[in-house]
Ligand binder design. Structure first.
Ligand SMILES: C[S@@+](CC[C@H](N)C(=O)[O-])C[C@H]1O[C@@H](n2cnc3c(N)ncnc32)[C@H](O)[C@@H]1O
Length: 249
């Protein structure tokens, strides 16, 4: 069994892949998210207010495309699912927990957005969806909870859900993010309160994603303890993918 303490003491991150037997880090992470939603306290991330960066994407899609299908991966309580539906886009909100999906369903009913929303209970790394079925994918807060060993699954099974030329919006922690004032970290990943966090610097996005996507915009948000990157990308057609530039961590 992996223990939080011993993980923090190692210099290499856990190499077990998502579905490998014996890995319990993701189970504990799921338990962490479940506990957050079931506690009745406000979530550590905003529940209803979309990020300005995702707001701009919704506006862009509404203006230029006048429609389309969006996947909100790890949708939580649906702040972005509801935003896209309100902008007239058909939106799928996927999460592996029932509690936040029930909240999205209630909010959708109250705002009369139900016809434009489909909610799916499932794992982001095994999405029960067809490749190429979305014009945009929004990942606000899932990728930074994935171990590097699982990135290939994300590239193959998640990015492929977006049509070539479609949008991919990513919000992840930057290295400036702090869990508490004065926190010091010596590396770019951390297991904290039973969940895995990875922290990024600006050049990471080219190294990680440029094989699959063209990077359109990178915005850094920094306020108080918060530090995030909001990255807008466009997926490349399969025949225009670049040779991988990833380097070992
Ligand atoms: C940090 S919260 C962000 C929620 C929402 N995207 C937002 O920006 O408000 C991450 C969400 O992703 C969900 N999640 C994390 N890993 C997941 C996975 N492998 N499959 C499906 N959902 C996942 C969690 O249940 C949680 O609701």
């Amino acid at each position: 069994m992996l223990k939080t303490k011993s993980l923090q003491g190692r210099c290499a991150e856990p190499r077990t892949a998502h579905h490998a037997p014996g890995t319990d880090l993701y189970q504990r992470q799921r338990g962490f998210f479940a506990q957050v939603y079931e506690s009745g306290s406000p979530t550590p991330w905003p529940s209803t207010e979309p990020t300005p960066a995702v707001g701009r994407l919704a506006h862009l899609m509404k203006r230029h495309k006048g429609g389309g299908r969006v996947l909100d991966l790890g949708c939580g309580e649906g702040r972005h699912t509801l935003l896209f539906a309100k902008a007239g886009l058909f939106t799928v909100g996927l999460d592996y927990l029932t509690a936040p999906l029930k909240t999205v369903a209630q909010r959708a009913r109250a705002k009369r957005l139900t016809p434009r929303i489909r909610l799916l209970l499932g794992d982001a790394l095994m999405p029960p969806l067809r490749p190429g079925s979305f014009d945009a994918l929004v990942d606000s807060g899932v990728f930074h909870h994935l171990k590097k060993a699982d990135w290939p699954i994300y590239f193959d099974h998640v990015l492929s859900l977006v049509k070539p030329g479609g949008y991919f919006h990513l919000t992840v922690f930057s290295t400036r993010f702090k869990h508490y004032p004065g926190e010091r970290r010596t590396r770019n990943w951390y297991v904290h309160r039973h969940h895995y966090d990875r922290f990024f610097v600006k050049r990471d996005f080219t190294e990680i994603f440029s094989r699959w996507c063209e990077i359109l915009e990178i915005e850094e948000e920094r306020e108080g303890l918060n530090g995030f990157f909001h990255v807008l990308m466009r997926t490349r057609p399969a025949n225009r993918r670049r040779v991988s530039q990833s380097r070992p961590c």
